[in-house]
Design a protein around this ligand. Structure first.
Ligand SMILES: [Zn+2]
Length: 210
């Protein structure tokens, strides 16, 4: 056992102080008083999160490049991308909605994907990225703001309403956003902050000059 056995942690549910012990892969520690899960040993957390994130990054690119949907009026078809929709909302005076869509469906997922890749790709290669505590905090801050699923719901509702008046053709980006929602959820679920902090700190201590 290493010096980690000497560390004390508090249960997030009942504040009971207990020793932080090393677990076997796949096991989890629970609080003896309230039964809350304290932490897990998710050994393949880095690999899985990285795989989901890289897949999500490619899908995210497609979701922004391709049109969300096209509208056909009297034989004329016009397609709109997400950014086009943001600009159109802005021009129509709906600036707060435009800004909200831009931040929650474009900026937040982009920052999330870039931060995870920045943190985990070097870690996978056995290196520690500079300023990793800052990026870990950015990730923690930005995660609740990524609301691609809310955007999906909004787009679907407007599509249903529009089909009463026009012929609406769902675009490639709509399917991309649906897949992105699943991939982002999978990446968030497999990202084990405790494990990644532990690995970063261990590598940082190895690399630091003695
Ligand atoms: Zn407890």
């Amino acid at each position: 056992m290493t010096d980690r056995t000497a560390q004390l942690i508090a249960c997030h549910e009942c504040d009971l102080l207990q020793r932080d012990i090393q677990l076997n892969p796949g096991c989890y520690a629970s609080c003896p008083r309230c039964g809350a899960v304290l932490y897990r040993n998710a050994t393949d957390s880095v690999d899985r999160t990285l795989a989901y994130t890289l897949a999500a990054a490619m899908v995210f690119l497609g979701a922004n490049v391709f049109p969300i949907f096209s509208i056909e009026v009297q034989g004329d078809r016009s397609a709109i991308t997400l950014f086009g929709a943001v600009l159109s909302l802005w021009d129509q005076g709906m600036r707060s909605i435009s800004l909200l869509v831009f931040l929650t469906a474009m900026v937040a997922p982009a920052v999330e994907l870039v931060s995870i890749t920045y943190l985990l790709l070097p870690l996978k290669l056995g290196k520690v990225p500079p300023s990793y505590p800052l990026f870990m905090r950015v990730l923690q801050f930005i995660e609740p703001w990524g609301m691609v699923e809310v955007l999906m719901l909004g787009v679907l509702v407007s599509l249903v309403k529009l089909t009463h008046n026009f012929r609406v053709i769902p675009g490639m980006a709509l399917w991309s956003f649906a897949v992105l929602t699943l991939l982002l959820a999978a990446a968030a679920a497999s990202f084990n902050a405790r494990d990644i902090w532990g690995q970063m700190d261990a590598r940082w201590k190895e690399q630091a000059p003695q």
